[in-house]
Write a protein that binds this ligand. Structure first.
Ligand SMILES: [Zn+2]
Length: 185
């Protein structure tokens, strides 16, 4: 095995994420929103930093309840800029509020964030990045690629010889269905 599958198992933070979350499909709005914002916050830092701060992020952003974050105010942003538990980056904090409001809009246009993803699937990574850039804030190529890989919309979350990869083969990852239907990533 190589990459994340080699270093993550048994690690106090990476292990549980690798085994039970990374690459696993989900349609839960708060889970999708949390994952997107954790990837946004990883930018310039590391996934380990983000996992260590995960509990603080959830406390600061109301468990990533979309409506609660969408209702946050400029005063909340100033308060979070003093919260040492999270990443104190104004653009990232403001992106959380903005993206929560975008997700509220996706409920109206598509039925929700999960339905919006399903409606555009399958796309190549490059086309997903274009779509995210014109929909969300702070969603560059690496962030979008890692986010979509982590929820099964892009391949290679796990090495082919990782036991979790074999588990996921039976769990309806969207990218596998696309490849089976002839789509080329
Ligand atoms: Zn793995």
């Amino acid at each position: 095995m190589s990459g994340y599958c080699a270093i993550a198992p048994g690690h106090p933070f990476h292990g549980p994420y690798h085994d039970r979350e990374h690459g696993h499909p989900t349609t839960d709005e708060a889970v999708l929103f949390e994952r997107l914002m954790l990837e946004v916050n990883q930018a310039g830092l590391s996934w380990l930093v983000v996992l260590r701060k995960r509990a603080a992020f959830n406390a600061a952003f109301h468990g990533f309840n979309v409506d609660a974050v969408a209702a946050m105010t400029p005063e909340d942003v100033e308060r979070l800029m003093q919260d040492a538990g999270i990443v104190r980056n104004r653009l990232k904090i403001e992106a959380a509020l903005h993206n929560a409001r975008v997700i509220q809009g996706l409920r109206a246009s598509h039925g929700g964030f999960a339905q919006w993803l399903a409606a555009h699937h399958p796309l190549t990574k490059a086309d997903w990045v274009k779509l995210f850039r014109r929909t969300f804030r702070f969603t560059g190529g690496e962030i979008v690629g890692e986010f979509l890989m982590s929820i099964g919309y892009l391949p290679l979350a796990h090495a082919p010889d990782c036991p979790v990869d074999q588990e996921l083969a039976g769990l309806g990852q969207p990218w596998r269905e696309a490849v089976a239907a002839g789509f080329v990533y």
